[in-house]
Design a protein around this ligand. Structure first.
Ligand code: HEC
Length: 136
């Protein structure tokens, strides 16, 4: 039952990911670059306002560890975390490295700037965009 429910949610989410890219360009791109190699990011740390999205996506995926090997559940938790972080960025919630946090400071809250659908779409996009794209 749970499976079926999640699969139908996921079918809808692929569409959302396309819209999510638009949300990203409008609301996130000014701080988070979409793609950057690790070497390049480290060399250009001074010019970055926030961690590149490829890094954010990979780190959150790595940090969310679930007991059963279920990609749907993993994705669902990823999306929940990102949707919440956008409006509730808190040092306590951040999965950023301490060094990065010191460099960048905490993300400003985007509360009131995005609808629930936009947050959902951008979170789905963040998951899908970097499937098999590592930060290396
Ligand atoms: C004004 C700059 C700015 C904008 C705009 C911005 N961010 Fe961030 N974001 C940051 C900074 C700085 C950090 C790193 C510090 C932190 O984790 O709070 C960050 C971190 C994050 C994290 C990582 C949290 C973690 O624990 O690793 C996520 C997820 C995130 N941003 C998503 C988004 C999304 C999605 C958008 C657009 C809807 C967005 N951000 C827009 C500055 C920004």
């Amino acid at each position: 039952m749970k499976k079926i429910f999640l699969s139908s949610l996921l079918a809808a989410s692929s569409l959302l990911a396309t819209e999510g890219y638009e949300v990203y360009k409008k609301n996130c791109m000014s701080c988070h670059v979409e793609m950057m190699k690790k070497d390049n990011a480290l060399q250009n740390l001074k010019n970055l306002k926030a961690p590149p999205m490829v890094e954010v996506s990979n780190r959150i995926k790595e940090n969310i560890i679930i007991k059963d090997d279920d990609d749907d559940v993993h994705r669902h938790l990823f999306v929940l975390f990102v949707k919440d972080y956008i409006i509730n960025p808190k040092l306590d919630n951040s999965m950023c490295h301490a060094g990065a946090l010191e460099r960048f400071g905490t993300m400003p809250s985007l509360k009131g700037k995005l609808t629930n659908e936009e947050r959902e779409a951008v979170a789905q996009w963040l998951y899908e965009r970097y499937e098999d794209v590592k930060f290396d």
